[in-house]
Design a protein around this ligand. Sequence first.
Ligand code: SF4
Length: 507
Amino acid sequence: MSRLRIILGDQLSLGISALTGLDSERDVVLMMEVMEENTYVAHHKQKIVLVLSAMRHFAETLRQAGIAVDYVTLDDPSNTGELTSEMTRAVARHRPDGVVVTEPGEWRVQEVVEGWAALTGLPVEVRTDERFYASRARFAAWAQGRRAWRMEHFYRDMRREHKVLMEGEKPAGGAWNYDGENRKPLPESTQPPARLRFPPDTTTQAVMAMVEQRFSDHFGGLEDFGWPVSREDAVRALSDFIDVGLPRFGDYQDAMRAGGPFLFHSLLAPALNLGLLSPREVCQAAERAWRSGAAPLNAVEGFVRQVLGWREYVRGVYWNLMPEYADRNALQATRRLPAFYWTGKTAMRCLREAVSDTARYAYSHHIQRLMVTGNFALLAGVAPREVERWYLAVYADAVEWVEMPNTLGMAVFADGGQMASKPYAASGAYIDRMSDFCSGCAYDVKQKTGQNACPFNYLYWAFLIRQKDHLSNNPRLAMPYRTIAGWTSERQGAIVAEAEAFLDGLE
Ligand code: SF4
């Protein structure tokens, strides 16, 4: 019995369930580069290069292991451009007795795969993706009956269940969470380490040339491409993070610095999301660093919480709430995404830095995403779907299952509190405290209103005033709403008018 084993672009793991039991005498692995996957949003050029180069490297690894690989390249003249039509062409070529695939990471692709059995008349076996700590079913069982799904509760269950950073029944060090120690601004004298980047090899260079030609109108540049595209490079990237990033990752994970896009961050999300690294091995490496004294507990716990907690949790949210989750808009936000999200042309330095890092590296770290670009979109009332499509397009690590809940649930509170207990809204004071952006900005972060005032300041108050009906009962926002209650309606109206005039000016 021969089977067509399908490996999708984010399933580049030798241990993936679609390869389990592979018969190297009879089975063929099918890998497909298709336009459909590269254009459903206009992905950053680096993201396309990353995925296609990593796919080509993985195909080579399989071939070297003696596995037959049918690899359809994007520039193959007979390529039809869609997963389904490429799969049916491959069925005609190989005449297998069945098709095996691991469950896709994204809803859109799952819908595609669901049509394959009827189309081919073959049995299509869809296997669980076992690379995660929590299966979709495990998360569903955890979520059942809970009104709000708080990540912290899920994370603690995962720590216990998988015995990560535990001392018997107790969390390592006696506390579950060291976030309080992880909010330090970066002192001016602290120099972030140089980070390991990976110059493009010949495979990557070939993909780059094709991407420059076929996706020339997509966002971002390729000059600074440096992502790991193979398992070997991803393992080196993990070691680099453990050695030079992790020890101070905790202290400065919320800090931002102009010209310092990477600081102490792991830079591992692209490799994790493609399958070049497993969440288990990165958590184990971090835990080993703590147990050997190479990294402090606040850093290791903070990192483990991102991977074992946050990453698994958002995947669960995504699969439990799709497809209706994609259309959530609890705050009824309707503005268009400002053009500077693509051009970087704005006098607001924090946003300019975030967009220019994004264009150069297909990366900015999570606080830039949450508290600069996300915060601005929230305060400005940009339509959640527009913000979500932007994040999905521009970041090397952005796959929908992780990106969508982060955007809708965390950045713009479009799910009305399913994930976060309050919106992550902040004035310029937060950005000033956590970065060096404000000192070189055209606006004055200390001024609350007026032409030179930092726009985040009046946008913050205008947002709370505008959203009074939705948010004023939230106990975590009691303090700012008490402040607003002390203002006359004229003063409130003037702040909203100033914010609206600024936002209208952007259009
Ligand atoms: Fe951003 Fe305001 Fe600071 Fe300028 S002053 S960098 S707009 S927070």
